[in-house]
Design a protein around this ligand. Sequence first.
Ligand SMILES: [Mg+2]
Length: 201
Amino acid sequence: MTEIMTKRDLYIDFDSTLVMSDKSFARMYNEKYKDDPEFVKADWTKHWSWSYSRICPLLHKYFDDPHLITREYYNSEEFFVHLEFFPDAKETVEKLSEKFNVIICTSAFPKNAARKVLWIEEHLPLVDEIIILINKSGQGVGKARVPMMEPEAIFIDDHPVNLHSTKASEKYLFKSHETDYSQDWDGAIFCNWKEIGQALL
Ligand SMILES: [Mg+2]
């Protein structure tokens, strides 16, 4: 008889929670605009809003709709080639997967969904389940329709709107630095993956 082991579900967001999306974004911007006379090197740790107006102001100078170009960055192969885990994230998720059923839950655009899944498959092959929500007009928030998360679940995300939208009973904001969208949260916060490991392992 096969023994069925039930693990608790742990949902983990991808962008800016598991991986340093803003770092990859800023790298692309710095490459593209380094010769512009008004160029100031983008510091991803100062990233503040989804439109990247603070650290990538030239996108706002040259594009009528900076959100469109933001999405193009997120869709590009270059973005994924240089994408890195937050420190300790990969090792911690690997250990967490022994204790929990780890599910990556992320919103995506039609053009980057496949790249995102393939990146996860290459770098975290032990993750068995990925929930991708395609949100064509999403601006960094795309999981407002994930009420399927069961009450016993744990959920870690860098966006309070996503956390508020689910029924998961244990929710944590991942906050590597201050942003405009991370303010609306009075629950528990993790600032790095060492803290996540200490709390959940
Ligand atoms: Mg995120």
